[in-house]
Design a protein around this ligand. Structure first.
Ligand SMILES: [Cu+2]
Length: 142
């Protein structure tokens, strides 16, 4: 998984050279995470903060997001295709995530990230953990 995160950031760093690309600008503000941080056992309560991620055809925007533990991340399918949000090591989305049947165009899915850590996810229809439609949520301790 460490190699996966490194590969993704390498691609984003290349895109950040274009000052007119708003997506690249958003990604450039996200601190680089070069290792996958083990998920903390410490949990923090919901803090009332909401942060959005758009699923478009076929990317997540922003692809890399950093939030404090307790933040609710709302994923909105703002595209015209079905998408899904699947942790690569949890294809049944038992911990978090949503399958495409429940994430059609116009649908939203939200999850409160209570534990610090790095959460990689993919749309299994349009990407893998190394290419295409994938993203990362970095959850920091408050
Ligand atoms: Cu997709």
């Amino acid at each position: 998984m460490v190699g996966v995160v490194l590969g993704g950031l390498g691609v984003m760093a290349g895109c950040a050279a274009d000052p007119d690309d708003s997506l690249a600008a958003q990604q450039a503000t996200t601190p680089a995470v070069l290792v996958t941080v083990p998920q903390s056992q410490e949990e923090f309560p919901p803090n009332g903060v909401v942060s959005d991620v758009l699923a478009i055809d076929n990317n997540f925007v922003p692809a890399a997001l950093t939030v404090e533990a307790g933040t609710e991340v709302v994923f909105l399918n703002n595209g015209r295709n079905d998408h899904n949000i699947v942790p690569p090591d949890d294809l049944t989305v038992s911990e978090w995530g949503v399958l495409d049947a429940d994430f059609m165009p116009g649908d939203s899915y939200s999850h409160v990230f209570t534990r610090p850590g790095t959460y990689v996810y993919v749309c299994t229809i349009h990407g893998t953990a190394t290419a295409g439609m994938f993203g990362t949520i970095v959850v920091t301790a408050p």
